[in-house]
Ligand binder design. Structure first.
Ligand code: APR
Ligand code: PHB
Length: 399
């Protein structure tokens, strides 16, 4: 016999999307159950991107989830774009009339939101197995799972939120869903290093051997990426080879500036793809975050999109479940997909401008260099980059 219970919103997945949704719903006075198939330790250790748009920072603050971010996050006014051995600054704050970005790792947001939910006395069902969602076209969809102690649970919900990432169970429940996809002929080799960054802001560098990104996690920890082949074997990249390649791709003509080296504590290769699925809603099932869309990491939009989705969803579910007004919930997919496609275009554009075609196409090379010169010399072009990078038309959270 399964243990039966009742909640308002059943949330599948305790990534940033599921966790922030649960948090915002609580602020709206709406109950939820969060079911996650990994352990808490696993969720808190996953290395992901770490750049927040100004609107995401404001959102986390407004939701009372920004205390540690405000203390430890690094606020940046702009970025550097580097090509042909020259480094150019793009001042996002000036170009956008005050917008910015904040470096604060996704793993830290996950830790903050888990701690806040548990402190409020609301559980998260970590380590759940056989998670299933049924009856999404009825007004009592069912979320079922087996808990860590082996007990089978059946939770009757008003609504289910599929926040279960790209490989989750929710997206396949939407019949006739349309998908749009682009895979790129390269990947990122990412390293985390105990080295104080030798740059004050992120550097996006196009080098004839491939793209490189200089990011950071704290004043003591650098996060660096190299464009590599998607078939690249991590075993073939010794620490020495990684540092030599980074020094080469970030070298500035006529300068002795260097990447600060240190102990590498994490190394991984991530493939790059764009993916959008819609509609993001079917009956009482709503998809959010990576469950519905993936962007390549150039520009770091994935986390920001996931948090925007759930903010729109929390506002919509509050109107639906508290006031019986479903118009915002019906519009959810269209509202989100407009932002998703803007970020999908921007991420594709940044990726295409900065990565070297492995097939070696001199025509592509010249187009990229021309685009980079345009962006770094035209205020109109730089402003378009700055608007997208710091977050176009941010979603607000309203109680
Ligand atoms: N049942 C329960 N939980 C599941 C299931 C399942 N069947 N399948 C997946 N999950 C969990 C995963 O273990 C993960 O913790 O759902 C969570 C999804 O989290 P994320 O993949 O982090 O996705 P999301 O919350 O949408 O956040 C998007 O993650 O990939 C990055 O760049 C992306 O920063 C963006 C962010
Ligand atoms: C990161 O810090 O991981 C990061 C930052 C900016 C990006 C991508 C990743 O564009």
């Amino acid at each position: 016999m399964a243990a039966s219970s009742r909640t308002q919103v059943g949330i599948v997945g305790a990534g940033p999307a599921g966790l922030l949704l649960a948090h915002l719903l609580r602020l709206h006075g709406i109950e939820s159950v969060v079911v996650e198939n990994r352990t808490r330790e696993y969720c808190e250790a996953r290395q992901r991107a770490g750049l927040l748009e100004a609107g995401t920072v404001e959102l986390l603050r407004a939701a009372g989830a920004g205390r540690r971010m405000d203390a430890e996050g690094l606020e940046h006014d702009g970025i550097y774009l580097q090509f042909e051995g020259e480094r150019h600054h793009v001042n996002i704050r000036e170009l956008t009339g005050g917008r910015w970005v904040t470096v604060y790792a996704q793993t830290e947001i996950v830790k903050d939101l888990i701690e806040s939910r548990l402190a409020a006395g609301d559980p998260i069902e970590f380590g759940a197995t056989d998670v299933s969602v049924t009856d999404v076209t009825s007004d009592r969809p069912l979320l079922s799972y087996t808990g860590e102690d082996g007990t089978r649970h059946e939770v009757a919900c008003d609504v289910i939120a599929g926040c279960d990432g790209f490989h989750g169970i929710s997206r396949p429940l939407i019949p006739d869903i349309e998908t749009y996809e682009r895979t790129y002929p390269f990947a990122w080799l990412g390293v985390l290093a105990d080295a104080a960054p030798s740059t004050d802001e992120l550097i996006y560098s196009r080098h004839s051997d491939g793209f490189a990104l200089y990011s950071m996690r704290s004043p003591e920890v650098s996060r660096l990426y190299l464009q590599v082949s998607p078939e690249e074997r991590i075993e073939d990249w010794s620490d020495d080879r990684i540092w030599a390649e980074l020094q080469k791709r970030f070298a500035v003509h006529g300068s002795d500036w260097r990447v600060a080296e240190g102990k590498i504590t994490d190394k991984s290769v991530t493939p790059m793809r764009s993916f959008v699925a819609g509609p993001m809603q079917h009956g009482r099932l709503f998809l959010a975050g990576d469950a519905a869309h993936i962007v390549p990491p150039t520009g770091a939009k994935g986390l920001n999109l996931a948090l925007s989705d759930v903010t729109v969803l929390a506002n919509a579910l509050s109107a639906a479940l508290r006031d019986g007004e479903w118009a915002l919930a019906e519009a959810y997919s269209d509202t989100c997909l407009r932002r998703v496609w803007r970020a999908t275009h921007f991420s594709w554009w940044m990726t295409s401008m900065l990565h070297v075609n492995p097939a070696g196409d001199p025509f592509d090379d010249q187009l990229q260099l021309s685009q980079l010169r345009f962006v770094t010399s035209s205020e109109a072009q730089a402003t378009a980059l700055a608007e997208n990078y710091s977050g176009f038309q941010p979603v607000r959270f309203s109680l």
